[in-house]
Design a protein around this ligand. Structure first.
Ligand code: NAP
Length: 287
């Protein structure tokens, strides 16, 4: 990285006429999407690409991101920047920023989509794995946001946070860290929505309910369990609703009629009842 930067400044000193080139390159404004290697993130990339956005895609699986970049390029969009990074690792966000800078790209839109959950009781699950939920679903979202906010403000851009219907519940026994992380994300998004609106920046939280993706496998959710039998949305439906809501500047977007009804009714139901229902549903027993 540093040697590349040094070479660039040297070249500029030697050839002042080359000044125009970096300025031109620097103008590449991208939509930066985390967790784009599969599920909702990959469909968000497809939807943004269809609407003419130049993309930068982040996830750990560089090979899957390259395959998606191939697909989008074949469909006629500029080749997305591919950044393989594990966002739970210290320094990963700085790495993403460095790759963007080296490519002369700057995010006008940030989509914080990468996230995961774990089914099981907190006292039984591996502590390190549970802490990784906080690292990815909370810490990485904050660090991405704070790192790229100056660029997004300058562009009067947008932030889309992929939260969850889980964020509206009083708690998630059987998936405690995940529900809490999404409640954080929803709260954080609402606050930033209010703080940044005066600067021409909109922040939206899209809150999906059950959506069949790689999420269930990673979380250990039995797809034959009661939890999985409620009306669900597809990843593409979530991505399309998220895109539409973001562009309309909406604070919260809940895709799917069943999910909207759930969110509408939750404030009227007693917390002990809700906690007991969630606890039963998260038992993961096949119907
Ligand atoms: N599916 C649902 O029912 C549902 C419901 C509500 C909310 N959500 C939320 O939707 C978002 C997307 O989830 P999904 O359903 O699409 O699940 P998914 O198919 O498992 O996708 C998760 C994405 O996050 C990436 N990711 C995971 N760990 C990462 C890490 N340490 N660093 C960087 N990227 C990482 C994954 O790529 P790599 O593995 O290549 O890193 C993948 O691209 C999550 O925030 C999730 O909480 C999902």
């Amino acid at each position: 990285m540093s040697s590349e930067a040094d070479t660039t400044s040297l070249a500029r000193e030697e050839r002042p006429e080359a000044e125009a080139r970096p300025a031109e390159v620097r103008s590449r404004r991208v939509t930066l999407i985390t967790g784009a290697s599969g599920g909702i993130g990959a469909d968000l990339a497809r939807v943004f690409a269809r609407h003419g956005h130049d993309l930068a895609l982040v996830a750990r699986s560089g090979d899957k991101l390259e395959a998606l970049a191939d697909e989008l390029t074949a469909a006629g969009t500029p080749r997305p920047l591919v950044i393989a990074a594990d966002l739970t690792k210290a320094g990963a966000v700085a790495e993403v920023a460095a790759v963007l800078k080296a490519a002369g790209a700057s995010p006008g839109i940030l989509v914080n989509n990468a996230g995961f959950g774990l089914l099981g009781e907190a006292f039984k699950l591996d502590a390190k794995e549970q802490l990784a939920i906080a690292d990815l679903n909370i810490r990485a979202v904050m660090e991405m946001t704070l790192t790229f906010l100056p660029a997004i403000c300058a562009a009067q851009g947008k932030i889309l946070n992929v939260a969850s219907v889980a964020g509206y519940f009083p708690g998630g026994p059987g998936m405690a860290a995940y529900y809490a992380s999404k409640a954080f994300l929803l709260s954080y998004s609402r606050a930033l929505h209010q703080e940044l609106r005066g600067l021409g920046v909109t922040v939206s939280a899209v809150c999906p309910g059950y959506t069949a993706t790689g999420f269930q496998m990673r979380a250990g959710i039995n797809t034959r369990a009661a939890l999985a039998q409620f009306p669900s949305t597809t990843a593409l439906e979530v991505a399309e609703a998220g895109y539409k809501g973001l562009m309309a500047g909406r604070r919260e977007i809940v895709p799917g009629f069943f999910n909207r009804l759930t969110v509408l009714l939750l404030p009227f139901l007693p917390k002990p009842l809700l906690l007991s229902i969630v606890s039963r549903l998260q038992k993961n027993r096949p119907l």
